[in-house]
Design a protein around this ligand. Sequence first.
Ligand SMILES: [Zn+2]
Ligand SMILES: [Zn+2]
Length: 362
Amino acid sequence: MVAIILIIICIHPSFMVEKMKAMVLSSLGPIENHPLRLKSITKHRLQNTNDMLVRIEACGVCRSQLHGIEGDWKKYNIPPKLPTIPGHEIVGEVIESGRDVSKFKIGQKVGISPLHNSCMHCIYCMSGKEHLCESADITGESLMGGYAEYITVNEDFATLVPNKISSEQAAPLFCAGITAYRAVKATEPKPNTLLGIFGVGGVGHMAIQFAIINKCKVVAVTRNKTHINTAKKLSAHNTIQYKSQHSFIQQLKNSVGLLDNAIVFAPSSRIVDTAIKSVKRGGTITIGTFVNIPNFNAAEEKTIRGTLIGNRNDMKDVIKIAETGKITTMVEKYPLEQANEVLLKLKKSQIKARAVLIPNYI
Ligand SMILES: [Zn+2]
Ligand SMILES: [Zn+2]
């Protein structure tokens, strides 16, 4: 009798541990060795009364995951600990919410950026710069990442995604989109000025579009032939395939002349040096990646600016612009289980713009 009661108790739903699929990173290593492993782990549950449980429908594959997974960014303490579930461009459906959630309803589509949470009381959080909070939680640097079936999020750090934007189209807006938007804004864009964009991948292809919305003339610079075609499709004013600094600057001078401003997404000191030399005196060079800055000549009155994702209002602005149809994300869809293969393609520059992982891909 006792045994029967115990069996009944154990099969009761509240005693069963719910599971979810995730691509888990337990040790860093080259992507060729498939460091991400498909695992069945305990499904996330709401931790706080203003948390929501989101069933992930799409997660973009960002180059920063490749750097984190392969150990390139250990010097920056990324990832801060293991294991992690990478992925920080997430869109999904709210399927459960805590009792204090008031901004969203069950069934609505939301997006989550790299900023998963912040302290809300430091000088940055109090002045609309929560993305600079020193105690922020970064999506994908713990088990709260997007290469999985579910994630929880505090409602204050989720952004509503209108149904007219599909989940796979929306996902890249949450890192590539906001990073590009903020970087273009940092150059203080003016109509008809020449803006060089160095690096045309996931972020670069969005930056080209935001720059064109601001009526800049975009010069897209990349080593990669596929990305030259991507930039042309997006109506860049000019495209230059980068081979060496010397030949690039010559080609630039011969075609359109020196740039008014530049944005660098390519993680290379040499490219940053090239960008600084390609900009007219008094221009601004915005850097949206981790990189060293060589050879800065203060006498040329150039400004070098750093940029990192953006705040929650920037995120809302990006979604508003996307809703008007003025920007599009060029995406390739893959099943979640193929995360290693997709990251390898990204490493080999075989992704045209942005790859997106879909859990339960049919
Ligand atoms: Zn990213
Ligand atoms: Zn803070």
